[in-house]
Structure formats: C-alpha cells, structure tokens
Design a protein around this ligand. Structure first.
Ligand code: FE2
Length: 318
C-alpha cells in the first residue's frame, strides 16, 4: 500500500470512493471502497513529502482487454473459530500468495471467535458471509440449525464483542466477482445452499457465467468439473501427504466449482485443516492440507463448556 489515490482518473472510481492503490508484482490496482479493481490504469498518488501528483505508471487504455493476471489468491473458508487451524494454514501458505480471500463461516462451533475475526480482517482483502456468521451476529436466528450447532451459535453470540458482531453484520453476501472467478459461500442462487453431489452440482455448472466459482459451506475439499467435452467429474485430492494434495489445471472450455475445504472443521473424513491457492496466471488451483494443534483447540473447547460431540468431531473430520 503506497498511499491515497486523490485523483481518480476513471468513471468507476469517480462513482465510488477510492480506498488505496496497491502494487501486485508488476501491475498496479486501484481498490475502491466496494472492492472494485480498476486495473492497469494511470495511478497517481499524492507524494506526502512534495504534495504533488506522481504518475506511478504509464497510462494504459482502460477500454482495452485486460492483460493476463498473475495474481495468486489464498482461499480460506469455514474457519469456525478455530484459531490453531487458521494459523497453521497461514503459516503453510506464507510467501505463496498475493491476496487472501475468505468464503465465509469465520465463526460458530469453535472456541476463538473474536481472535479469528481479527485475524481474518488482518489478512483477507475480501470476505463474504456464511450462514454461521449470520446466525452468530443476529442477522438470522439459528432455528434451522441442529441442536449442537444452535448451542455453538448461542455460545458464540455471548463471546463476540459488539464491534466484531458489527463487522460480521456488515459482511457482504456472495456471489462476489473477483478477476476471472466468483466466490460464494454455498451456491450462486442461494448462499445457504449445499453443493455436495452431481445432482446439485450439474445445474450450477451448466449455468455458470464465469469459468470458475469458488464455494465453501460443505466442508469437503475438492469440487466438481464440467469438461469442455461435456464430461462431469468430481475433484478428489490425494490425502496421503501433508502440504499440496492436488494441482488442478483450469482448461479452456471447462467449468469449475472449486471448494478449498474447511480450515476449522473438515467433514470429509480428514481432520487436517484445508485451504487452496488459485493462480490466475498459470490457470491452476493448488489444494493443501495441514495438521494443526488439535489438542489445544479441543482443550479450549472443553474449558469453554462446548458440547462434547463438537469437540470429538474435530478429530474425526466429520
Ligand atoms: Fe461452515
């Protein structure tokens, strides 16, 4: 971050208050308050020492097709107040990404809602809300949750400070467009909808307006592909090793529903924290898995008096 943009040179920036400019590798971006990127533009900043505009990059034609981007995005989802899981993912991903994005469910179930909200605010440039975020800040009630989830929600509501609850209340819902892809918590039509099988995934894939949609909510790492030749496939990651579990190339003509998995409460039979990195330049998605200090998280849950089944499920990955 270099400074405030004070002379927005483009219509989109004029309509929308400009927040700052950032440099990512060799390209420049203007970030507006609503998160809109204006790419490869003439970025002028006020030099704090000389109080004058300094052209940061030669003027480029905004109307021209944007050049290929090389941004690497860290994708995290369904953290569920699990600070140890989140910190381990961030540690493993360190140095491998340019921006972090969160697909929702920062809180609910786990023992550290305030600390997780703070950490996500610190690291993520874009965050959308999940169904547990809505329930834990009072946007929705927890009536459609099962008993254990409802107990976790009520406990989290008591723990969250008013300021963190206000942050959660103001989170946007998906879908949100980011460069070549979109992000959602559940699905495109409904943020609370689950996509867990072919019956649910196929209509979504056929209706995609972008090649790739990143989604969470199911806590299953992987996703679904509709290949250029019409073949449908589920994405399965190699769970034998820690670290990178799969590198998936986004082929021209293919359509992709990508799920990074859950950081804080995986339900795909693998207890390890999950995340993904999407590389816009290479057109690749890398999936990761990492062990974390599970006994520490469970110990905090015991101390907080959270229900035993919520504590046990973490070690089962269910
Ligand atoms: Fe979730």
């Amino acid at each position: 971050m270099l400074g405030r943009v004070i002379r927005p040179p483009f219509e989109i920036a004029a309509q929308d208050s400009v927040r700052n400019i950032i440099g990512i590798r060799t390209r420049w971006f203007i970030l507006t308050e609503s998160g809109t990127h204006v790419k490869n533009c003439l970025a002028s900043i006020l030099n704090p020492l000389h109080s004058q505009f300094i052209p940061m990059r030669a003027a480029l034609n905004y109307n021209a097709s944007p050049p290929e981007l090389n941004v690497r995005y860290l994708i995290i989802s369904d953290i569920h107040s699990n600070l140890e899981g989140l910190e381990k993912c961030l540690q493993l991903a360190r140095g491998q990404y340019d921006q972090a994005i969160c697909l929702g469910d920062l809180v609910g179930y786990g023992p550290d809602p305030n600390a997780v909200v703070d950490r996500v605010r610190e690291v993520a440039s874009r965050v959308i809300r999940g169904n547990h975020d809505k329930a834990c800040c009072g946007i929705s009630d927890a009536e459609d949750f099962n008993l254990l989830a409802r107990i976790g929600t009520l406990w989290t509501r008591q723990e969250l400070t008013p300021e963190r609850q206000a942050f959660l209340r103001e989170l946007p819902s998906g879908p949100m467009a980011i460069d070549s892809f979109q992000i959602v918590h559940g699905s495109l039509a409904d943020e609370d909808e689950y996509i867990v099988n072919a019956t649910q995934a196929l209509p979504v894939l056929r209706g995609l307006k972008t090649q790739t949609v990143l989604f969470g909510h199911t806590h299953h790492q992987g996703g679904f592909v509709l290949n250029a030749d019409g073949r449908f496939q589920s994405i399965h990651c190699d769970s034998r090793n820690d670290g990178r579990t799969l590198v998936l190339t986004l082929e021209d003509g293919g359509r992709y529903l990508i799920n990074p998995g859950s950081v804080g409460q995986p339900r795909d039979g693998d207890w390890r924290a999950a995340f993904a990195i999407i590389d816009e330049g290479k057109r690749e998605v890398e999936y990761f898995r990492t062990p974390y200090d599970l006994p520490k998280t469970q110990g905090k849950m015991v101390k907080a008096g959270l229900p035993e089944p919520l504590i046990r499920r973490l070690e089962l990955g269910r």
